[in-house]
Ligand binder design. Structure first.
Ligand code: ATP
Ligand code: ZN
Length: 882
């Protein structure tokens, strides 16, 4: 039998990623696709994934012609496949669609730290092992003799280690000598990656109940005997000392040798208790502790047990020899939810709308069972409409039929609440996959998933690649979120698209949930490619009214603070009533857009309809989309005012301002500076939810998914920054953000209220968001997209080049641009063009200058197949053109 293996080394071999090996007889029955195996690769061993098993022993013809010699597969590293069949198929699609080497796509699906490291070790040869004396009498250098000694002791030595010990040159010399001497062999080896099982040595009690009692009695009997012997020895002199557990009553003070009369203590030798007695007593104590720990479920390690009882390791060994206890290596699971109290929850009585949504999902499940591919379901439900409850009940149905589910959630902040809800509904049956987990935690979760020990995987986008057997349902909550797109590394996949592909492969429904669906998603639903299901009303509450405050008139009235009078007013009321408020601002892209503070005019590119960005260094305004430049403005071209400014502001400033107005208010700031990791997020959220603060001030992180009934007021400090980023998708992001933030208010019994401050009250995104009107927003936005040929009407691919030399970046960009033009022409691609090259919005990042261009066309797959630009970042379907 032959086997095609995708090796890790194949990550760079795009043409021929699969290598063929012969399968040794002994392994033939155990080999399965998706397994991790070790194969010889050049002189080394390399790790690979079994891709395909081939009957027969003949090489395929083209390989025969090349005169390739087949080598044997070396070993199976793990009998359980690391990737399931459907994952291999998904990887194939990822590689194809996102123009990524297959091995990249495949190994990227594994949990981090799994890949092994290939190395060489030195060992004594058979010859040297057989006849050590003879071997050492050979004529050898001092270094080799030292090595032989070391190998005799340790068995093997890593070649890299040798180089460190001896220095490179001497090590090379020695390696040369080794080759000739035949005393030492050099063997390839694989070393485990960082992801490892965590083992803990535990002492386990082997006897229970009656048997244990019998043992105790036996030991106690021996103890008494040992005691009386000891007493007999010192009978004439000492006060009898009884340390037997039974006879030691509470009132009796412990024996104190120093309290005796001088004469008595002088004769007190040897110690009152015989040595054997002490040991037995310690052993009895150990048995006690072990038995207690069974009930508490917290096992003892050997060293802790010895410390607690005074047993020496040898004495513990005696217990082991008597088969009373066993010391065993037990896996210790690293649980991401450890130490968190999660209240369990029961299914709620669904509303009519929720009921209909649930039915639609379950019908799609049935469709899949009848062997047709169900359409993805777009669950468009306003904020607070109870989408989560629909997911939970759909999952429960699927689980009841023995299947499993994946639910993706976008960000850490959201994950904490989402995880609680899911974990509370399916206690002990949920695994979490998230990039903030440690390698070990992820590895443990990954293995629980693969073993089928859980029903639900919840996590960020990479959770989609968890090896879930019998997957029956995929849910993507907040499907519009940018966090679902991987932008920097290959494959630059979008989890939504990958999920839909996975649903297709497995014939299971994919549910996309959002209060503000991505324009692309809604467009597909309109076209009938997705099934649209709507939840139009909030549960037990109304959508909060949104009030727009025009910051231009605030200024005209002489109020120059960043917090308007209306917002101050409402904040005061909230504090008075003991309710809570959230103040939101979007700091991304701060201090870059150009805005007239009198009329709200924003400078736009004439060709792209995208806001111009102010570049301080060159003192120009630039369109980061097409590269067009224009002179900076001193007066507003629209109203002639001199109040034209670039705009930016941060959470700290807002905090200071609010504190000035309300010195008594308890403020909580939540942004990337105050919440650096998931624990900080959880803590902040808990504090606010527990009403330890009155006002929460934060960036876009707090916009999403939070369900906090105490919040009655949401203030958007400035809606304009999101709006004015130079990107075609800015209006969409602004609308989503505003709608989502506004959706945080009034989710409890008290009515909510939203105040949006803006210089652009007429902008359609703000206007539509203020009326919670998704359809209105969508209608205008889709028209613009069509007019300008933006996605989903044309596909975009973003090319980015980074270099520490600015000129070099620009030059490379020009060169690739010419090549791209050539390829486009040769392939005769219609309606396909290139925008740029231009410097990236944030041109200099980590000391590298970035230049980029966007290729747009109806279908770029043929172009991507021929593009040869290994040093470029290529982002397929980028979520933004920035
Ligand atoms: N059928 C129901 N009966 C009573 N309460 C419900 C029901 N369904 C959901 N809820 C409650 O309504 C609140 C809002 O629900 P949920 O957070 O699931 O909404 P959502 O649609 O996910 O909102 P968002 O899009 O803003 O995240 C929650 O507190 C939830 O417990
Ligand atoms: Zn432009």
């Amino acid at each position: 039998m032959l086997v095609e293996v995708l090796t890790a080394a194949g990550r760079w071999n795009v043409e021929q990623p699969l290598l063929t090996y012969r399968v040794p007889e002994a392994l033939a029955n155990q080999l399965r696709p998706g397994q991790l195996v070790a194969v010889p690769y050049g002189e080394r061993l390399d790790e690979g994934i079994v891709w395909n098993l081939l009957e027969g022993d003949e090489l395929p013809e083209p390989l025969q012609e090349e005169g390739i010699e087949l080598r044997d597969l070396y070993s199976i590293l793990d009998p359980k496949p690391a990737l399931l069949l459907h994952q291999l198929e998904l990887a194939r699609w990822l590689a194809e669609y996102y123009a990524t080497p297959l091995a990249h796509a495949v190994f990227g699906m594994l949990t981090p730290g799994m890949l092994q490291r290939s190395r060489f070790v030195l060992k004594l040869s058979e010859e040297a092992l057989k006849d050590a004396v003879q071997a050492s009498s050979q004529e050898t250098s001092l270094n080799l003799r030292a090595l032989l000694g070391l190998l005799h002791n340790d068995g093997s030595l890593d070649v890299e280690q040798l180089k460190k010990m001896l220095g490179k040159t001497k090590a090379q010399q020695l390696l040369k000598e080794i080759k000739q001497s035949k005393l030492v062999v050099r063997e390839p080896e694989l070393v485990e990656g960082k992801a490892r099982i965590k083992l803990r040595r535990n002492v386990r009690l082997l006897v229970q109940g009656e048997e244990l009692l019998t043992w105790r009695e036996l030991l106690e009997e021996r103890l008494r005997k040992a005691e009386s012997e000891a007493q007999a020895q010192s009978a004439s002199q000492a006060t009898p000392v009884s340390t037997s557990r039974k006879s030691m009553s509470k009132t009796e003070a412990p024996f104190n040798p120093w309290s005796m009369s001088a004469s008595a203590s002088a004769t007190l030798a040897p110690p009152v208790m015989s040595k054997e007695g002490v040991v037995i007593q310690r052993q009895l104590a150990a048995l006690d502790l072990l038995q207690q720990s069974i009930n508490r479920g917290s096992p003892w390690t050997p060293s802790a047990l010895c410390r607690a009882t005074g047993l020496t390791p040898r004495q513990l060994q005696q217990l082991e020899d008597q088969q009373l206890v066993v010391v065993e290596n037990k896996e210790q699971r690293r649980d991401p939810l450890q130490g968190r109290a999660i209240p369990s929850s029961q299914p709620l009585q669904l509303t009519g709308e929720q009921e209909a949504a649930l039915r639609a999902i379950l019908e799609a499940v049935e469709e899949g069972k009848a062997n047709s591919v169900p359409r993805p379901i777009l669950l468009h439900g306003v904020t607070g409409s109870g989408k989560t409850e629909v997911y939970l009940q759909a999952m429960a149905s699927v689980i009841a039929e023995g299947k499993r589910c994946i639910i993706l959630v976008p960000e850490i902040a959201l994950t904490t609440q989402a995880v609680q809800r899911v974990a509370g509904r399916f206690p002990e049956r949920v695994a979490i996959i998230h990039s903030e987990l440690s390698v070990g935690e992820r590895y443990d979760e990954w293995r629980r998933i693969r073993a089928g020990e859980i029903d639900v995987v919840i996590g960020s986008r990479s959770a989609l690649f968890a090896p879930v057997p019998d997957l029956g349902l995929i849910i993507i909550d907040e499907e519009h979120e940018a966090a679902y797109k991987q932008s920097e590394f290959k494959p630059t996949y979008h989890a939504r698209e990958a999920a839909i592909k996975l649903g297709e492969i497995l014939k299971v429904p994919v549910v996309l949930g959002s209060a503000t669906p991505a324009v692309e998603s809604y467009y597909r639903a309109e076209q009938g490619r997705y099934q649209l299901v709507e939840l139009k009303g909030r549960i037990g509450a109304n959508l909060p009214p949104v009030e727009i405050v025009d910051l231009r008139s605030e200024l005209r009235a002489g109020h120059t603070s960043i917090i308007s009078r209306r917002l101050l007013d409402e904040l005061g009321k909230v504090l008075e009533r003991g309710q809570q408020a959230i103040l939101f601002l979007n700091r991304r892209g701060a201090a870059s857009c150009v805005l007239c503070r009198d009329c709200g005019f924003t400078a736009l590119c004439e060709q792209c309809d995208i806001p111009l960005t102010y570049h301080a260094t060159e003192h120009v305004l630039m369109c980061h989309y097409c590269g067009a430049q224009s002179k900076i403005l001193h007066f507003c071209p629209s109203c002639r005012s001199a109040e034209i400014r670039y705009f930016g502001l941060g959470t700290e400033k807002v905090q200071r301002t609010i504190q000035k107005y309300f010195p008594e208010a308890r403020l909580l700031r939540w942004d990337r500076d105050t919440a650096r990791n998931r624990h900080a997020h959880e803590e902040l959220l808990d504090r606010f939810a527990n009403r330890e603060a009155d006002i929460l001030i934060g960036t876009q992180m707090i916009a999403k998914g939070l369900d906090l009934p105490g919040v009655t007021l949401v203030g958007v400090v400035s809606a304009d920054i999101a709006l004015n980023l130079p990107d075609y998708a800015s209006p969409e992001r602004a609308f989503m953000l505003l709608t989502q933030v506004a959706g945080r208010a009034g989710r409890g019994s008290e009515a909510g209220h939203v105040i949006v401050q803006t210089f652009n009250p007429e902008h359609f995104s703000i206007d539509a968001a203020s009326r919670h009107d998704y359809n209105e927003f969508y209608r205008i936005e889709i028209e613009t997209r069509q007019r300008y040929g933006y996605p989903p009407f044309r596909q975009f691919v973003k090319f980015t080049y980074s270099h520490s030399n600015r000129h070099r970046s620009q030059l490379e960009a020009m060169k690739l641009c010419e090549k791209l033009k050539g390829w486009i022409q040769r392939l005769n691609l219609s309606e396909t063009d290139i925008v740029g090259p231009v410097p990236a919005l944030m041109e200099r990042i980590r000391n590298k200058y970035r230049w980029q261009m966007i290729v747009r066309g109806p279908d770029l797959s043929r172009l991507l197949r021929v593009v040869d630009a290994p040093d470029w970042e290529i982002d397929i379907d980028p979520i933004s053109t920035l």
